[in-house]
Design a binder for this molecule. Structure first.
Ligand code: IDP
Ligand code: MG
Length: 140
């Protein structure tokens, strides 16, 4: 299996409830390493650009309001098959559909406030990592 890097965000609903350690323990227990990490408060412009792929969706405006409602933790996870593994550990977008033991099943408040983001493909992982981190910020 190939070692990959993926982009992860701990969303404002989770930072507000002081869940960053509990969420990151799930990644580390599954063998993913946090190789870059920063706590930030996204600007509206950053959120709109990050989620630009969803700009025609009815939830876009609310999603950007939510993502700028508090601090987030942006991070890079590294490990075997990291992109798919991260998505598996997070669970389905809607916590009502998420498998038992996943982050979203255990922690999400709603389909919007669903505690974590994870890249969905190698191309998007590279784009999303580069949006928040310079190469020198990532220490594997
Ligand atoms: P993902 O985060 O599982 O990849 P996406 O479809 O890429 O899901 O949606 C991005 C984010 O937009 C979701 O994580 C969630 O916060 C929000 N979202 C997705 N679908 C809905 C919806 O139907 N209503 C409200 N918010 C949504
Ligand atoms: Mg997505």
């Amino acid at each position: 299996m190939a070692v990959e890097r993926t982009f992860s965000i701990i969303k404002p609903d989770a930072t507000r409830r002081n869940l960053t350690g509990k969420i990151n323990a799930r990644f580390e227990e599954a063998g993913l390493r946090i190789v870059a990490q920063r706590r930030i408060w996204m600007t509206r412009q950053q959120a709109e650009q990050f989620y630009a792929v969803h700009k025609e969706r009815p939830f876009f405006k609310d999603l950007c309001t939510f993502m700028t409602s508090g601090p987030v933790v942006v991070q890079v996870l590294e490990g075997d098959n990291a992109i798919a593994k991260n998505r598996e550990i997070m669970g389905a977008t809607n916590p009502a559909n998420a498998a038992p033991g996943t982050i979203r099943k255990d922690f999400a408040e709603s389909i919007e406030a669903n505690s974590a983001h994870g890249s969905d493909s190698p191309d998007n992982a590279a784009i999303e990592i580069a949006y928040f981190f310079a190469g020198a910020d990532i220490v594997g």
